[in-house]
Write a protein that binds this ligand. Sequence first.
Ligand code: ADP
Length: 483
Amino acid sequence: MRVLAIDQGTTSTRAILVDGRGRVIGEAQRAFKQHYPKPGWVEHDPLEIWRTVVDTVKAVCAKHPGPVAAVGITNQRETTVVWDRRTGKPVYNAIVWQCRRTTDACRALQAHAPLFRRRTGLPLDAYFSGTKIRWILDHVQPKNPARLACGTIDSWLIWNLTGGQTHATDYTNASRTLLFNIHKRRWDPNLCNLLGVPPSLLPHVKSSIDDYGLVTGIPALKGVPIFGVAGDQQAALFGQTCFSRGQSKSTYGTGAFLLMHTGKKAVTSKRGLITTLTAQPDGSCGYALEGSVFIAGAAIQWLRDELKIISRSADSEAAARALSDNGGVYLVPAFVGLGAPHWDMDARGTIVGLTRGTNRKHLIRAALESIAFQVADVLDAMQADTRTKLPRLAVDGGAVQNDFLMQFQADMLGVPVQRPANVESTALGAAYLAGLKAGVWQNGNALAAQKRAGRTFKPTMKPAERQRLRAGWQHAIRQTRTP
Ligand code: ADP
């Protein structure tokens, strides 16, 4: 029995076929265009995203023909699409989670921030979907708003996959909108009102393991049920088989996201972490604390695509290793503000410690180190909030292939970093969700039993050196923060 996972990420879309033992038997990937219409703004073309889904699914099914038991979807979270139900066409580009255009709209609502925080677990920040939906409605000024539908990327894909039959989202994606009460598990009419989002536009919210309808939109998958849906970070948590309190993982993709499961209890952070819903193997919801870092692997992409000082992301490793240390250079990649634990919407990127001898390798090393420093800051906040000490950190995502980064991360944390054999936890999580409902796997224990270890990175740095480097980073953060 095989399950197909669609992993619609921030920079690329993947379709991955997984067999009954949790092994990846085929994969196709397509990158798509990032639009930066103004400083701090980020958009995607929803139709291009849909085409990458069609292309990757077609490619992987053609290469590995045979029956597929179910489809699971995981997606970049918060990114928002508004479309016309009748034509199926988006009315504007997708506004990406990283986009800062609604910073002022958030500021105008600050008096209500405690209410949003209590009900949704989120700070009032441009990162989340609510203000993005309102921005699109204000910008487009639709003549007939009743014809519109909105949703995060999961909803957009479900709509297209089912030929417009299903307008739905799952609990984990809903918990990222600022419109969803995570305690009562329903859209909150007060919050919708405050943000000016008509509830009639919103998708139906379902469990992450549920029946989302049959695929009609891609011939290779015609008639296959969509049985699993979760936001990328919750899918990665699931893929790492973190189902219970105290289990955690950190994913290094475009951003970096550290999630710690808090069981059936919603924990409120005092240190800038957010409270979010998780998917559980029995179809219920749990809670997690999350530290969201907006720019991680994207800093390496920036070196490649904007500065053009490396030609492939993987080249960053050799460049960093060619130096014995960072030479006092720190890069704070606050390109779209700072997320956890600072939540500073107006901060922008900073490089400190430049000297006459600084060269491209220092910038590359500083970019890699910045990823580890940011995750270390988030982990400190999480340990303090939960009064626990993590014995190790489970990691996954595209950038964990960088051994320099992983070793530096272990050194900055002072605990081992565990990389699984398959670093695509996000796609695995989506496959697991769908496969549980299809009967490919019986329960969470069966999933945990098939997990395969990869490599563990043990800390080797002396504590004094770690403290020196982290103090240098804190100094750079202070230079970056808005007063
Ligand atoms: P997403 O799902 O957010 O699109 P992925 O998990 O596919 O992200 O990871 C891609 C990110 O990881 C990119 O930002 C890329 O620059 C970065 N990345 C990939 N390989 C490496 C590497 N060897 N070293 C550092 N960064 C890398």
